[in-house]
Design a protein around this ligand. Structure first.
Ligand SMILES: [Zn+2]
Length: 297
């Protein structure tokens, strides 16, 4: 049973991009319909939220309905020992960088998802989620005296130093070089490979990654999007359950029990997932919006 619930939670997360942004989900209810169309409900809310840091199911439930806090705060327990390694490396980069006449500093430790979304809208980032959101990337500002240097060879020198100590430099990014950027992992796929549970955060953007990669292929620019393809592949390997999902939504099933339930139930702040293994569909409702997908096995 827990396996099915876990699968449905992944499903809801993977399809989240289709829903209008809605804050403060405070209840998740998951139903599995049996052969006589009886709803077998499992409910989780902020009061009876499971809190077991060794279970992915519990962590993901917490992530969806837990009290609002910065994204990284949900994951620090998982990532902190590696944060420390990044801190040691970035501090030593500051140490080995030539002092005069330059001055170098790091801007922004953790970036919020809201800020990331803003940068994406402004065209200043290509990604809806990045290593910045997890504290594994830093933007570097280099000054000559008091003057901030926007670009220049000095950033390449910084990049060389960063790579010498094992960091990755944004100037090497294919397609979208970013010389004032360093990070701990070579890309998000490598991050997820090392910390598979974090893949959950990327799932809701998977349709976006896939359509970005598809258009890159159409334009013959897929080598600029190698990182995106790596990310798609690592999500597929990390969450093999998702291969049972169809890519496209289907119209509302004829099932009258489902339709009656939708009529009755118009709850805000609730994420409802209803699964019919026999008719092979999943219906997801978040607030007033509902969608159905075909599932196969
Ligand atoms: Zn950056």
């Amino acid at each position: 049973m827990i396996n099915t619930l876990y699968f449905l939670l992944l499903f809801a997360q993977a399809k989240d991009i289709h829903f209008p942004k809605q804050e403060n989900i405070n209840t998740i209810q998951i139903a599995i319909l049996d052969s006589s169309n009886h709803f077998n409900w499992n409910r989780f809310d902020t009061l009876q939220i499971p809190n077991d840091k060794s279970s992915q199911f519990s962590i993901y439930i917490n992530r969806i309905i837990g009290k609002p806090k910065p994204l990284h705060a949900f994951w620090d327990f998982y990532l902190d020992s590696t944060h420390l390694k990044f801190k040691v490396l970035s501090d030593s980069l500051l140490g080995i960088f030539p002092k005069k006449p330059y001055r170098m500093k790091f801007v922004s430790e953790y970036r919020s998802l809201e800020r990331q979304e803003h940068l994406l809208k402004m065209g200043r980032s290509k990604l809806p989620i990045s290593l910045h959101n997890f504290g594994f990337a830093l933007d570097v500002g280099i000054y000559r005296g008091r003057k901030y240097l926007k670009r220049g060879n000095i950033y390449s020198k910084m990049g060389v130093k960063a790579k010498e100590i094992g960091l990755f430099w944004g100037g090497d990014f294919v397609g979208f070089p970013d010389p004032g950027h360093i990070q701990y992992f070579s890309n998000s796929a490598q991050f997820i490979q090392q910390f598979p549970w974090i893949g959950f955060e990327f799932l809701k953007y998977q349709p976006m990654f896939e359509s970005n990669y598809e258009s890159a292929v159409e334009m013959g620019k897929m080598n600029f999007f190698q990182d995106t393809n790596d990310l798609i592949q690592i999500l597929k390997t990390t969450f093999p359950e998702l291969k049972y999902l169809s890519k496209y939504a289907i119209s509302l099933p004829e099932n009258s029990d489902l339709r009656n339930w939708i009529q009755r139930e118009k709850k805000d702040n609730t994420l409802s997932i209803i699964y019919h293994p026999i008719e092979q569909w999943v219906y997801i409702q978040k607030g007033l919006q509902g969608y159905t997908w075909k599932v196969s096995n």
